[in-house]
Design a protein around this ligand. Sequence first.
Ligand SMILES: Nc1nc(O)c(N)c(N[C@@H]2O[C@H](COP(=O)(O)O)[C@@H](O)[C@H]2O)n1
Length: 159
Amino acid sequence: MTIYFYKVWQPYGCFSNFSPHGIQIQGTYWATVEHYYQAQKFVGSIDAVIIPAIHNAPTPEEAAALGRCSSRQLRCDWDIVKTQVMREAVLKKFLTHTEIRDILLNTGNEIIVEDSPNDYFWGCGKNKTGQNQLGKVLMSVREEIRKLVSVTALTEKYL
Ligand SMILES: Nc1nc(O)c(N)c(N[C@@H]2O[C@H](COP(=O)(O)O)[C@@H](O)[C@H]2O)n1
């Protein structure tokens, strides 16, 4: 059965990038994946001065609002790198927080879908025809962690 998630307070809310699970990447701590993702939009751009404000935003909603401001200039390679940026952050989140890692692994091989009514790239959009890239990232992270877990188990058994 397909697993749908969207808001943090709904079922599987820990799959949302807005969930309160911090990550450390290259020595910097980010309060949520959303903070990190929104800040990466401006790395190397003339509007990089906004990055500290995104980093320090009190909530992921405020971080997203800063990152979505259409008058600011995104880094020129954003469309090329954004999925990899997201994957790195989501992988770090589920490697860091064991309690939600288990929730992800316990989804088995079910399809995971971000049920966002207005995002046709990261989510499935209102009519479910969107690309669901965040769901795809989560499923790929689930696979990668499974492989890491089995390698670790083998290493502990034989080395
Ligand atoms: N508005 C909103 N509320 C939530 O609770 C969400 N989970 C999302 N979706 C996330 O928004 C991010 C994409 O932002 P951009 O459109 O690229 O600025 C991404 O993290 C989605 O998962 N949106």
